[in-house]
Design a protein around this ligand. Structure first.
Ligand code: ZN
Length: 556
């Protein structure tokens, strides 16, 4: 039962906004009732659209059920609910694998003069359908059985802090994904096929180019920060007792920050950022923070509260609110269409990170919001200045656990996983060697000594879920966020003044104009090019990190 939840917890981070209002009032008969021999491409398209809307309705009910399971459902209901959910998932799958779907698609593919939206829908149907039919009929069942066993083994391995329990399952999953890559096909690298599944258009060659640029510079920046006079108790092995260094004080002190007051402040902040509470709710998470795009005008965010540390809820909700605003602003007419979502995980996460990091950790943002926060929690933060807040919320935290890392070292956590996945699928390294390589890389890049598997190679659920090619999305999203922010600042040169005076609406408005309104019409590379002038690049991200940390840590 725990496994189901874990799996869902991970899937949630993918935040797929599939929605379900009728698409343009199509009223065609359902697939299978009509002979396809006299069907025109236009008819075929309309029938595909109809099926797509039906699938989106099913997705809505599946998401609602998952949300309920995650947030409210009593624990003992897990097993029965799993049956109900898998029945609904199966109903959806049957629509996909119906041979009629393929026939209609090939008829529609003979059509011409499609609008931009129609052509994009056809492109995505072809891509998704093509991937399904390239796999042998028993593949999905084999995969799902393997994942469920791997998840159980992963849990046990973590419990016992012993990688060898998980190792045979990981080996089997890697082999299965190699097989998958062969079926799907690729031009240069088997890993490309897997990357493309999460981020259409992404390749190992593109990742190599970006990561090889940012890795040395990020590591160099970490060293500079560690050596700076202002330093933090969170910095591993940084010599905090060194009298030349100023310890970073905990700006929240030991005071209490009641949950209801935190909630009130966060509602103000998220509303100002553009989250619409008429089309969304914010609730307390049972486990991890999440955003569910249930359907049209129904987005649900959740967050964690800690009454001694308001920063947890703050950063949770600003991140989730980024997902939420994007989901709420998908144009109504896209609901039920394949374009009614983000183009890939590298954009979906960028939509959240631009709010959480680029905005929510910026000085200008806190110039306005810190006084509000102080008022809410008086007298707890009376002595905290904007600079204190800015520095503390951006403090370096070099730790073995990825999700606890700061914004700078986080990138290195991702690059380590990327390099290992790439080499695995290239056949350069084997599953048996992973813990050794993992620990070596952590030592070499971050100076960390990993002493156990639990906080080392076993920390993430992704591999147990059979997800290879997903991790790079986290780093690419940070780059996309910085690049989008830079483009936004070119359009709004007074962005900081506006933020500092309390106008927090510009980021969502700019993103609406350049990103949200396109849904998945374009894949990320093209969308980035249209919005910023270039596909994903390292330049703006490095510039963003360097200038922020230079200011905070007084670096040269
Ligand atoms: Zn996210």
């Amino acid at each position: 039962m725990k496994l189901g939840l874990l799996l869902i917890g991970f899937i949630l981070t993918m935040t797929i906004f599939v929605a379900a209002t009728g698409a343009n009032g199509q009223t065609q008969g359902s697939i299978g009732q009509n002979n396809t021999s006299e069907v025109t491409p236009r008819d075929a398209y309309n029938r595909l659209l109809n099926t797509s809307v039906e699938m989106a309705y099913l997705d809505t009910m599946i998401s609602l059920s998952q949300w309920d399971q995650d947030i409210l459902m009593p624990e003992n209901a897990t097993e029965y609910r799993a049956g109900a959910q898998s029945y609904m998932a199966d109903l959806k799958n049957k629509k996909w694998i119906d041979p009629e779907f393929g026939k209609l698609l090939s008829i529609a593919n003979n059509g011409s003069n499609w609008s931009t939206i129609e052509a994009a829908n056809l492109r995505i149907w072809n891509r998704n359908y093509g991937k399904r039919i390239k796999l042998p009929p028993d593949f999905a069942a084999r995969e799902s059985e393997m994942i469920s066993k791997a998840l159980a083994a992963w849990e046990k391995a973590r419990e016992k802090d012993n990688y060898s329990i998980f190792q045979p399952h990981l080996k089997a999953l890697v082999e299965l994904n190699r097989e998958k890559a062969r079926y799907w096909g690729y031009k240069e690298h088997p890993y490309d096929a897997l990357l493309d599944d999460f981020m259409p258009g992404m390749t190992a060659a593109k990742c190599d180019k970006l990561f090889e640029t940012i890795k040395p510079q990020t590591i160099g920046l970490i060293v500079k920060i560690k050596n700076s006079r202002i330093n933090g108790s969170d910095i591993n092995g940084s010599g905090i007792n060194d009298s030349n260094k100023t310890a970073l004080k905990n700006i929240y002190g030991n005071a209490a920050y009641p949950e209801d007051k935190q909630e009130a402040l966060l509602k103000n902040i998220t509303s100002a950022l553009g989250f619409d509470y008429g089309a969304g709710i914010m609730v307390k998470a049972k486990r991890n923070p999440s955003t569910y795009g249930i359907g049209a005008h129904d987005v649900r965010t959740s967050l964690r509260y800690d009454e001694n540390n308001p920063e947890i809820a703050l950063l949770d909700i600003i991140h989730e609110c980024g997902h939420g605003i994007a989901g709420q602003r998908i144009p109504d007419e896209y609901y039920g269409m394949p374009i009614g979502t983000e183009p890939g995980m590298d954009m979906a996460e960028a939509e959240a990170r631009i709010f959480e990091n680029n905005l929510g950790r910026s000085r200008a943002f806190w110039q306005y919001w810190l006084p509000q926060m102080k008022k809410e929690f008086k007298p707890n933060m009376d002595n905290v200045s904007v600079d204190d807040m800015h520095r503390y919320i951006n403090r370096l935290n070099i730790v073995p656990i990825r999700i606890d890392a700061d914004e700078v070292s986080y990138i290195i956590h991702i690059i380590i996983r990327y390099e290992m996945e790439r080499d695995l699928f290239e056949g350069k390294i084997s599953v048996d060697d992973l813990p050794k390589i993992w620990n070596q890389k952590y030592r070499e890049y971050l100076g960390l000594n990993i002493t156990d598997d639990k906080d080392g190679i076993l920390q993430d659920v992704h591999w147990a879920c059979g997800s290879f090619g997903y991790f790079p999305a986290y780093a690419l999203a940070s780059m996309n966020a910085a690049q989008l922010e830079a483009a936004m600042r070119r359009d709004f040169t007074d962005l900081d003044q506006r933020l500092a005076s309390g106008d927090s609406s510009i980021p969502a408005a700019w993103m609406q104009e350049h990103v949200y309104r396109y849904g998945a019409i374009y894949d990320t590379p093209e969308l980035m090019k249209n919005a910023t002038g270039n596909e994903t690049e390292a330049y703006d991200f490095l510039n963003y990190l360097n200038s922020k940390y230079k200011q905070i840590y007084h670096l040269k």
